[in-house]
Design a protein around this ligand. Structure first.
Ligand SMILES: CC(=O)SCCNC(=O)CCNC(=O)[C@H](O)C(C)(C)COP(=O)(O)OP(=O)(O)OC[C@H]1O[C@@H](n2cnc3c(N)ncnc32)[C@H](O)[C@@H]1OP(=O)(O)O
Length: 136
């Protein structure tokens, strides 16, 4: 597992999420990722995770927070390449982000997802997340 932003990580990220999320990511690019996240002071390089299999980057997630020094962390953009599903990579990354937040003093961790993401919701409930609201 690699846990720091290095040259080209934005391209590795976009390749994984575009394949994992499909059409949902059609208006995303590596540049948008940098603009929206990686260039923000809220983005923590050591909370940006990939799983690599041999030379291939196959899964990613990162720890986020909505505002500086928030007591609540966020699990953001968990994605695993389809051919690597059901091998425990998603669970491993999700837990890694939870421990990251714990180690950095967060009192709680939230995430947002869409109601139709049944696999993700099952995973999140399995590791202790509770559904608190439904929205758009
Ligand atoms: C905050 C956010 O990022 S929300 C968006 C989450 N990401 C996505 O929806 C992108 C597309 N999907 C994916 O990338 C993957 O399917 C993920 C990330 C949701 C799951 O990744 P995987 O590596 O396949 O999950 P992993 O193998 O760790 O499975 C963990 C548990 O999740 C649940 N799960 C995962 N996939 C499925 C599935 N297809 N059907 C039912 N349950 C599933 C199971 O409870 C599973 O445990 P089990 O294998 O012991 O039954």
């Amino acid at each position: 597992m690699q846990d720091s932003v290095q040259n080209g990580d934005e391209h590795r990220w976009i390749e994984i999420v575009k394949e994992a999320f499909g059409d949902y990511m059609s208006d995303w690019s590596a540049e948008k990722f940098v603009e929206r996240y990686a260039s923000s002071p809220l983005f923590k390089e050591d909370g940006f995770f990939f799983i690599r299999h041999k030379e291939r980057y196959v899964a990613t997630a990162f720890a986020w927070q909505e505002k500086t020094n928030s007591s609540e962390g966020r699990l953001h953009w968990l994605a695993v390449l389809p051919e690597y599903h059901r091998r425990g990579l998603g669970r491993t990354l999700a837990l890694h982000v939870l421990y990251y937040h714990k180690d950095h003093g967060k009192q709680s961790v939230c995430l947002k997802t869409e109601i139709y993401r049944h696999s993700a919701i099952k995973l999140y409930k399995d590791i202790g997340f509770v559904c608190v609201a439904k929205g758009t």
